[in-house]
Design a protein around this ligand. Sequence first.
Ligand SMILES: NC(=O)c1ccc[n+]([C@@H]2O[C@H](COP(=O)([O-])OP(=O)(O)OC[C@H]3O[C@@H](n4cnc5c(N)ncnc54)[C@H](O)[C@@H]3O)[C@@H](O)[C@H]2O)c1
Ligand SMILES: [Zn+2]
Ligand SMILES: [Zn+2]
Length: 367
Amino acid sequence: MRIKAAVLEEFGAPLTIQELELAEPKSGEVLVRLVACGVCHTDLYTASGADPSGYAPTVLGHEGAGVVERIGEGVSSLEEGDHVVTLFSPQCRECIHCESNQTNLCLAIREQQNRGYLPDGTARLSRGGEAIRHFMGTSTFAEYTVMPEIALAKVSPEAPLEGACLFACGLSTGLGAAINTAKVEPGSTCVVFGAGLVGLGAVIGCRLQGAERIICVDLSEERLGLAARHGATETVVGGFDTVERIVELTGGFGADYTFEATGNVAVMRQAVESARMGWGLCTVAGVAGKGETLEIVPRFLITGRRVAGSSFGGVKGRDQVPQLVERWLAGEIDVESFVSHRLTLDEVNRGFELMEAQDGIRSVISF
Ligand SMILES: NC(=O)c1ccc[n+]([C@@H]2O[C@H](COP(=O)([O-])OP(=O)(O)OC[C@H]3O[C@@H](n4cnc5c(N)ncnc54)[C@H](O)[C@@H]3O)[C@@H](O)[C@H]2O)c1
Ligand SMILES: [Zn+2]
Ligand SMILES: [Zn+2]
């Protein structure tokens, strides 16, 4: 079929809206009609050429939600009309990692996905006979996409897809960092660095876990205001002295749990040093720039602080994204407040501009 999609033709240049050919889903694959898609940093990171593993031409987009249009042979967990959230982090339920409760990093299709292909090593996207590679296994800046069944989470049809798409990446990452990775305990003190979608998700996750104090650190007063609306009990404008301020606010000790959601390695270091002696756990969710390293004075570790990384919040997507969406529908998570701009696919580059200007939390493309 012919579809309209936003193509990354050349790094550093705006995406161009083009007509492409999309082949039918093969065995184990599903054709999804996109209804909404968030514009995320990872799309911009790849579009800019900063990502060393990036490739072009490709169709970007990975925060998608839509409706199953057709299923390929052997697909048993989805049917036509199901509402789905796309997963750049799939869940095959069979590999050694899927069988472990310690990680969500499914191994089933990693290699082909990283190279831009569906699991059988070929692409469904093409243009004049030339294959166009998929991005993050999702390529959701498009009217339709073909994805493996194991990379689609079936969610309640009652959830508006415009909000559901945020669970495809940033929001689940933050929620999961607090709920799955850190397993925040009731009554604890938490510090969240960064109040973008990931950090705000972590603030909500801490609140849902029953944290008593949630201190949010950001540079923007406006974003700190939003953090307070979502459950932060205290807010701090970030700076060189943030660690001292956190230690002061926590009786000289630091916090039980800290979360880093900025991608800045200096802030990661602050997050480690703001964790409490004895048992403080620092969870790093931000993605650092190419070649950057995190500096930690070993004494902080010897004296009982721990550091954990979190990819997609440790969320096993097919099992847990539907559960998180249910918590939204139950009124525990205010998702609507994160959708700051609604764009058409033709306006996708505007989504990048708004993100660079830090105008709003998320721009969502509606199809
Ligand atoms: N681990 C994962 O699976 C995963 C998934 C999605 C995004 N990410 C990463 O998470 C990070 C956050 O994503 P986002 O979409 O929320 O980004 P965002 O840019 O919307 O938010 C980042 C926030 O950090 C704040 N900030 C910057 N410098 C700061 C400082 N010195 N002190 C305190 N706050 C500071 C900014 O003001 C901003 O509000 C990014 O690095 C992103 O790439 C990781
Ligand atoms: Zn993302
Ligand atoms: Zn797996």
